[in-house]
Every structure is written in structure tokens, then in C-alpha cells.
Write a protein that binds this ligand. Structure first.
Ligand SMILES: *Cc1c(COP(=O)(O)O)cnc(C)c1O
Length: 405
């Protein structure tokens, strides 16, 4: 008997576990101090009433034999596929067939599972810093090689994203097969313009690479030259898979719904990746609940759109409060404009965990050390807009008082 030894290689929840431990210890020692958490990568506003109404209605349907639904279609109900297609693609000038859209329980599963359809021999390129799921799932499947002394995996091509290049990755200098891109980015909060993304699409088409494009934060885009879907870029259909999620868009982190687009035109050795993903999903996944898909459909209703815009605006305001407040006291800050994340350079070249300790111990503000997102995150720090506006203002005021001296 042998287990998958690759599972021993990852320190899966090390980052958030470590943070939780430190906060708990501080809180125990200082029970009278009010801690403000701006480290959370989870939404906090309740679901839009339009979604709640849709869910209630769907639950009632499930209570009667005539309207009860059993297993959903493996790749999503037509009513949701139609709404996604119309609003997230056609509205941006992109023509898709519903059979190119796969509804799922979220982008974490899909970005994690997509590796199933690719050979372990593929060379993977991943940004540093990065959403840890891309790295860890490649490690688990045995595609990463071994960890070097510098904390990097021997068989992963790292695309370092630093302030010097506006946190955009540079095109790989060697041939890579799979390229994970996430824009607007978690953790840096930075977006990519259409012109910049075109370079990646061209690279992928020229080299026969596949781009795995995570657009989970699409709803936060405010700038005109930033693409809402990679398929706005000419040539993307022959080289890109796109992941989207209702989690950050509509507060579905607890409801669970997202989708993945695999265009029919995307082929490897003449084989459609669309049929590979269909096979993978039909075999290992049994669809998203009817109630959830009705809630997701309501995201695109007139009322739903209006309510969701207000919720996003609430977070966007928080992001701006953090960004402007920190900038005003001389800190070097990035992100926020098209994203709920603010990425900051730690002052005086402090280590990101030292900065975490300082914010916790001196200001009782919790953020996320950049180092937790990869070696290049060292010296950076992430704050999120998912708190309440009241707490966000309070936290920024504490930071301002401390650093503006
Ligand atoms: C939050 C997040 C997601 C969404 O994950 P779900 O499983 O849909 O909740 C995907 N990608 C990134 C980078 C994220 O930060």
C-alpha cells in the first residue's frame, strides 16, 4: 500500500492557519483590544435580495412532485447557460455556444481540477506571488518536481511580478505549455490591459501553449481598457480556458457556483479540450443544485444587477479608502482600482511577517503577509476591502496615525 506522496509536499493551509494562530494568541493575551480583520479573502455582505427570492422560489418548487428536480444537467441548466452567455459574453462582443460553458461549484475546484486533462509532462508557468491553488494542485498531481532551497518548485516556471513591471508577468523565456493567469489579480489587485493580454494570447498561439485564465474578480473592473473576458482578445479561443465565479461577483462564497469556458476551437493534437473537460466533469462531478443555479440566474436579472452593483460599489469604496489612506501617509500601494485588494510594499524593507506582527501588535489590524503567496511576495502585504466601511476607516486611521509621523 502506498499513498500519493505528493500530498506530503504541500503545506496547504499554512498561511491562514499561521495567521489565525497569531491572532488568537494576541487576542488571548489582550482581551480588551479591538482587532480589525482586513486579511479576509471572503465577502461579508449578505446575498442580493433578488438571489434570495429566487432561492426561496426554487425551494418551493422542490417541495412539489410536479416541479421537483433531481440530478441537474451535468454542465448546467439552460436557463443559467443562456444568462451567462448573454450577459458575460454577448454583451462584451463575444460569441459562444452554450456547450462551451460548464457550470460548476466554483473556480477553486475548476482551476484545481483542470490539470486532470493535461499530461503530467507539461511545463507549467505560474505567477509569483499567486493564488496558492494553482501551485498546490500541480504539486499534488506530481507536476511540480521538488522544492528548492529558495522555496521554488524545480519544474515550475515562475513569472515574478514585482513593482518594477507593474506586477505584470513577462513572457516566458523558455517554452512553457500551461500558463496560469489571474486578472484582476489576487493578491496584487492589479489588472491587465487588452494590449498586454494580446501579447499572451499571441505567445500561446505561437507556442501551442494553453492559458488558464482566472477572471474571478471581473466584477471589480472599472477601467475601460481592461478586458472582462479573455475572449475579447482576438485569437483567445484557440488558446485559452476561462474560469469565472459568482463568489466575489455576487457573494456566493457560501452558496457555491461558478463556471468554466472551454471553446470548441481550442484543440491539442487535433483533440478538443472541450470534450476532455466534458468527460472529466461528467465522470467526477454531478452538477450544481437547482436552487443554487436559480440564485445564479437572478444575478443577471434587472433587479439582481442593480443590487449586486451596489454591493460591489460598497467594497470598491472600502478599497479606495485603504488605497488613498495608505498612499497619503507615504506608503507604496498598488491594486484597488479594479479589485478588492490593496497590495503594499512594506516600509523600510520589512519582512512581510514582521510587518504582519507590527500591524497586529501595535495597531490591532490583521492583513496577509505577501510571502504567503510565494517567494516574490516577500516584502509586500495584502489588505482587503471585504470588511465593513466603518472598520476599514478605523483601520486606515490607525495605520495613518502610526506611519504619518
Ligand atoms: C476567490 C477566488 C476564486 C473563487 O473561488 P470559488 O471557488 O469560486 O469561491 C478563484 N480564484 C481566485 C484567484 C480567487 O481569489
Amino acid at each position: 500500500m502506498k499513498f500519493n506522496e505528493n500530498f506530503l509536499k504541500i503545506e496547504s493551509s499554512y498561511l491562514f492557519l499561521n495567521i489565525a494562530k497569531k491572532v488568537e494568541a494576541y487576542s488571548k493575551a489582550n482581551p480588551d483590544k479591538e482587532i480589525i480583520r482586513l486579511g479576509i479573502g471572503d465577502v461579508t455582505r449578505p446575498l442580493a435580495p433578488a438571489c434570495i427570492d429566487a432561492m426561496h422560489k426554487a425551494v418551493d418548487e422542490m417541495s412539489k412532485a410536479e416541479t421537483f428536480r433531481g440530478y441537474p444537467p451535468a454542465f448546467g441548466y439552460d436557463f443559467l447557460l443562456d444568462a451567462i452567455n448573454e450577459n458575460d459574453y454577448k454583451a462584451h462582443g463575444v460569441e459562444l455556444d452554450n456547450s462551451e460553458i460548464f457550470v460548476s461549484d466554483g473556480a477553486k475546484s475548476d482551476t484545481g481540477n483542470i490539470g486532470d486533462i493535461f499530461s503530467l509532462d507539461n511545463k507549467v508557468a505560474i505567477c509569483d506571488p499567486v493564488y496558492p491553488v494553482y501551485v498546490d494542485t500541480n504539486v499534488m498531481s506530481g507536476r511540480s518536481g521538488e522544492k528548492d532551497a529558495d522555496g521554488k518548485w524545480s519544474n515550475i516556471y515562475y513569472m515574478t511580478c514585482l513593482a518594477e513591471n507593474n506586477f505584470l508577468p513577462e513572457l516566458p523565456k523558455e517554452k512553457v505549455d500551461l500558463i496560469y493567469l489571474c486578472f484582476p489579480n489576487n493578491p496584487t489587485g492589479m489588472a491587465i490591459t487588452k494590449d498586454e493580454l494580446k501579447k499572451w494570447v499571441d505567445y500561446a498561439n505561437e507556442n501551442g501553449s494553453v492559458i488558464l485564465y482566472d477572471a474571478a474578480y471581473e466584477a471589480f473592473i472599472t477601467e475601460d481598457n481592461v478586458p472582462h473576458t479573455i475572449y475579447e482578445i482576438e485569437g483567445a479561443k484557440t488558446c485559452a480556458i476561462e474560469f469565472k465565479s459568482f463568489s466575489k461577483t455576487a457573494g456566493f462564497t457560501g452558496v457555491r457556483c461558478g463556471y468554466t469556458v472551454v471553446p470548441h476551437e481550442l484543440k491539442v493534437d487535433g483533440v478538443e479540450l472541450n470534450s476532455m473537460w466534458a468527460r472529466r466533469q461528467a465522470t467526477k462531478f454531478n452538477g450544481v443544485s437547482y436552487v443554487t443555479q436559480r440564485a445564479a440566474e437572478a444575478v443577471y436579472s434587472e433587479q439582481g444587477k442593480k443590487e449586486i452593483r451596489e454591493i460591489i460599489a460598497y467594497y470598491q469604496k472600502n478599497a479606495k479608502i485603504i488605497y488613498d489612506g495608505l498612499k497619503a501617509c507615504g506608503l507604496e500601494v498598488y491594486g484597488a482600482v479594479n479589485s478588492p485588494y490593496v497590495w503594499l510594499k512594506t516600509p523600510d524593507n520589512m519582512g512581510s511577517w514582521d510587518f504582519f506582527d507590527l500591524l497586529l501588535n501595535e495597531l490591532q489590524v490583521v492583513g496577509t503577509p505577501g510571502e504567503g503567496f510565494g517567494p516574490a511576495g516577500e516584502g509586500y502585504f495584502r489588505l482587503t476591502a471585504f470588511g465593513t466601511t466603518e472598520n476599514t476607516e478605523k483601520a486606515v486611521e490607525r495605520i495613518r496615525k502610526y506611519f504619518a509621523k
